[in-house]
Design a protein around this ligand. Structure first.
Ligand code: HEC
Length: 190
């Protein structure tokens, strides 16, 4: 074996070790996926190392996306944001009343929105109907209807959406998105 072949073998072994090492942090069972992936694609040992690597980066990307909001962000939500929604919006957009088809008591309801579509677009306050409504930007839709919130409150809600609208995962998982509030299905009519 000459020196370059030696190095190639070394790198290959290194790649394999690297790809296999971090797997337990990913939070998904990786082995079966890897096996199918490889039995389909991997003729050459080099391919094996490379595909493990790209599979690893795919899985890490998925893990990053599904990551829980950091506790700082959740604290901001609980202390600043949730009280505003409860105090100013929930009487008309809560578990009992869904004016405009909108509920504000869980993030998935806000993202789905009401009759006019999504109320919250995470990371994009300027595209979020909720922000437009609380800024009184459109005289036909001013929320809350009985008086504008303070500039500070509006800034807080804007910041929260800019942060990606953090909301506790356990609650988000419990959202019932089967249908829009107030929507009547064929099953109801029978
Ligand atoms: C007194 C009742 C009331 C309160 C309080 C209230 N809303 Fe509304 N909201 C309505 C009604 C009624 C509609 C339906 C549209 C209309 O008639 O203007 C609506 C519609 C909306 C819509 C549009 C929904 C859609 O897709 O059509 C948004 C967004 C909204 N409200 C956000 C808020 C937010 C955010 C708060 C709290 C800061 C809030 N509302 C407080 C009564 C209320």
């Amino acid at each position: 074996m000459d020196a370059s072949a030696d190095r190639a073998a070394g790198i290959q072994a290194g790649l394999k070790g690297f790809a296999a090492g971090p797997a337990p942090h990913v939070g998904m069972s990786k082995k079966p996926v890897q096996r199918t992936f490889c039995s389909a694609l991997c003729g050459l040992p080099t391919m094996n190392a490379l595909s493990s690597l790209s599979l690893f980066s795919l899985l890490s990307a998925a893990a990053v996306q599904a990551a829980a909001p950091p506790s700082e962000a959740l604290k901001f939500f609980e202390t600043k944001v949730r009280p505003l929604l409860v105090e100013h919006c929930q009487d008309c957009h809560g578990p009992t009343k869904h004016k405009g088809g909108l509920r504000v008591d869980n993030l998935p309801y806000l993202i789905r929105g009401g009759e006019q579509g999504p109320a919250v677009v995470p990371h994009k306050p300027e595209q979020s109907l909720l922000i437009k409504a609380i800024r009184y930007a459109d005289p036909d839709m001013e929320m809350p209807p009985d008086g504008k919130m303070s500039d500070e409150d509006i800034a807080t809600l804007t910041q929260w959406i800019a942060m990606g609208a953090p909301w506790p995962e356990a609650e988000v998982a419990g959202a019932k998105l089967g249908r829009k509030p107030g929507e009547i299905t064929d099953a109801d009519r029978q």
